[in-house]
Design a protein around this ligand. Sequence first.
Ligand code: ADP
Ligand code: MG
Length: 850
Amino acid sequence: MQPSLEKLRKFFRLEHENKYTNTAIIGGLAKMLDYWEGEARADGITEEVIQAVVSRLRSYEKISPDGRAESLKGLWKRIGDTYPEAGQKPKPPQQQPQQQPRPQQQQRQQTPPPSQEAEGQPSTPRPASQQQQSQPQQQKPRQNPPPRSESVVGAKHSQTPAALSAALTVLQGVGPRNAESLEKLGMQTLGDMLYYFPRRYEDYSQLKPIQSLMYNDVVTVLGTVQSVHTRPIRGGKSSVIEVIIGDGTGALRISYFNQPWLSNRFKEGDAISVSGKIDQYLGRLVMNSPDWEPVEVENLHTNRIVPIYSLTERITQKWLRNQMNSVITYWAPAVVDALPETIKRAAQLVSLGEALTQVHFPDSQARLKLAHERLGFDEIFYLQMGVMRQKRDWKSVDGRRFPISDEWLVARLGALPFTLTSAQQTSLDDIRKDLDSGKPMNRLVQGDVGSGKTVVAALGANIVVSGDAQAAIMAPTSILAEQHYRNFINLLAGDGGTMQQSEIRLLVGNTTESEKEAIRQGLQDGSIKIVIGTHAVIEPDVLFKDLQFVVIDEQHRFGVEQRAELRSKGTNPHLLVMTATPIPRSLALTVFGDLDISVIDVMPEGRQPVTTYVLRPQERERAYSLMRAQIKNGNQAFIVYPLIDESEKIDARAAVDDFETLSKQVFPDLRLGLLHGRMKPAEKDDVMLKFRDKEFDILVSTTVIEVGVDVPNSTVMMIEGADRFGLAQLHQLRGRVGRGSVQSTCLLIPTREDATENERLQAMAVTNSGFELADLDLKLRGPGEFLGTRQAGYASTLKMASITDVKLIEKAREQAQALFERDPELSQPEHALLAEAFERFWGAGKGDVS
Ligand code: ADP
Ligand code: MG
């Protein structure tokens, strides 16, 4: 059965076990559609079946449990009509309806259950390790290989699924309204609560007495409110609230300006904690507008490290902390630890129960650190197991072989207008080997902007075409597609090339309908060998005679489904994805672990590194005159504005407004073009083409020019609001200049003067290496910058592990690899729990890379 149908079957069965409560997947069955559709298409499931699944699951939430049972059964029957092999499989299990978890009085009697709520409710679920352990044996003997997850695919975290997947309303004090608020925070079950980690901690275990405070200390002080005064300042226009707190060793004055409503929040005698910086006023130590919180008397909130959770409306810190406390105390120790003892010992990890307890209510900083380490380890470990399995799955099918002779290749290289750099040569060797390996290639070519990835892809395509098959290249914009198209023609169909121009075609959105029809025809009958285009190439009516090589340029610009769609147009075609976003090693190992990686880390000869300056805003004139000088020499310039989100009206206006000033007042004698994200694709292309053809001297633009456009004649780039960009993005932008042999310049102008010292901008001035910048950016801003659609999904599953923690990553990888070698299917009995936990982590919708 196709994997996507298999997956449906598992979820349906689980849903049946869950009595059609729409809980087989966290957030409801419809959630799986996010990724299932793409997977189903990749499996070649018919559109009718896909649509049937989509529409049933969309409405699933709204119907009654009885109706749901009918709906799923009907749907499965519908699938069986088209895919008999699916229909024949045993129906959702015939086993007994699962028992509701029962209190198990013999266990943990000493601890009171978290609640005794509600009439007629099933009793409070409790740790039921006994039941849980016996579960696997109760089932039918397993076939070979054992199914990976007969149960609990959707319940993200719990190791004791039945109990920990209980709704939060089982907790005392949590009614439907509070449950709703908690859901906003991502908590639906007790298990979710265990994994709702504190945002930060207040370490009351190391409070400073007021007596020993020093100027400039950043501290938390605990004290009792002694007096509260409001007094007008600046002639009554403003007011200041002064609160004196004391702790027995001294008194401290704290002030809040213009927040009159605070005055009734502080009551004499209340214990509060204030956190902030110690300042000085008229020779006395004070605190200005510190964060503050009422302090409760219980031990829970004082004299210890206290968790601070992110909140939402109707929920207070104290309330949540109390709820957490009861859930954690009771459930954390009961969680079954899926990680085998051997691995825990080898990696020196604490138990899961200990980690979950300590991460919420740490007994010391040291134990908190160990808790973080354990939880982070788990994340990387499961991620790694997943990418290894994916890699193996990739390699488990056959790929067509495309052997070529050395003579053939030498002749091809001889026909190129330049000699490949050593790095290009190595990447090409990798690709040549992959294409003759009998397995589908699954390779990422990573190379800085301008490093010359296109020619490598073109030669790969040429190899496949020489074996009588077809290639498709997909780029994110039509400008880029067109650029590739011209390159491919030059490289492959020029003097000494093996191809005819007519065998290489461009297919983009505004290709005429008759041309499109001709291309579709040619692809289907095989007379067209290479198609280069945008999303247009994945339209359903584009069909290939024999697609064997798929290239995705700027892969992070595409969604998982789009990549899968292109791939599904051939049978196990070889896949090459390319990116100019340097991926730091630690990240590459984790997130892209299922891909083979080739790195192009050498620039073609004759490139001059771009000289970068960070200017202060009032030095803008200097930038303008430098631009003028270059333009006088026949070169061109970019001026770029930050437009992080194209829907941000304010930024778009800034670019447009400045365009007015620039063209009317600053450069009235020059030709300026304007390019931004809200222009229609055709308009954008038009402006870009005019710039390329030198009809503009200066292109005023937002980040839409970021992606791979090659205009070697442009030698200056000025970036306004440079502090608002990530380093990776700045580097990408800068890559638009320095493509010819003329010395190029990049001028960074931060929004405000004090941002001039901004570490990131200075880094740009110091290095031209995308990799160095990427590492720094990762440290400063986290992984989001580097990741596309699926990859962002990965990173968001990393709540605890820092993607910069190379040591932890290596450790988790090592263990995952060793385990994978011993038991790749996790089929040994001692790995049964691990297999379940893995499936939960991995089953929650992490697609593959393409
Ligand atoms: P990117 O890796 O950013 O996609 P391109 O493939 O667009 O880079 O190449 C950038 C420019 O460098 C193109 O104009 C290309 O013709 C040129 N180029 C690529 N390889 C070489 C080489 N080995 N020697 C000289 N120029 C090269
Ligand atoms: Mg490129």
